[in-house]
Design a protein around this ligand. Sequence first.
Ligand code: HEM
Length: 125
Amino acid sequence: MKDIDNQDDLYLLVDEFYKKLLADEKISYIFTDVVKIKLEEHLPILVTFWSQAVLGTGGYTKNLTQIHLDVSEKSYLSPELFKIWLDHFYAAVDENFAGEKAEQIKTNALSIATVMQIKIAQKNA
Ligand code: HEM
C-alpha cells in the first residue's frame, strides 16, 4: 500500500473518512443537523488543513479549536464522540495508506483531538 504523498491522496482520505462519519448515526447528526456542512465546500478545507499538517504546504489560517468549541456549544462534543471520530479517521487511513505520513497523520489527529477535548472540558468546568 502506498503512503500519503500529495493532495489527491488527502482528498481520497477525507472523502472516505466523511463517508464513514456520515454513515454512522452516532455522530452523523453533528454534520447534518447541528452544523449543516456542504461536503463540496467542506472537503477542500479539510484537504488544505491536512496538507499543511503533513505535506508542509501552507494555506490554513483559522483557529480550529475555537471552531470546535463553537460546535460543542451547540451540541456537546463528548469524549465518546471524539473516540468515534478518531476510530473512523484511523480506519480511513489504514484502509488506504501505509507509511510514515500515514502514521504521522493519525498521531497528529490524536494530538489535536486531545487538545480540543481539554479545551472543551475547561470551558464546561
Ligand atoms: C467529535 C469530534 C469532531 C466532530 C463532531 C467535528 C465536527 C466538525 C464540524 C461540524 C465542522 C464544521 C464546523 C463549521 O463549519 O462551523 C468541523 C470542521 C472541521 N474539523 Fe472537525 N470535528 C471533530 C473533530 C475534529 C478533529 C480532531 C480535527 C482535526 C484533527 C477536525 C478537523 C476539522 C477541520 C480541519 C474542519 C474545517 C474547519 C474550517 O472550516 O476551517 N475535527 N468539524
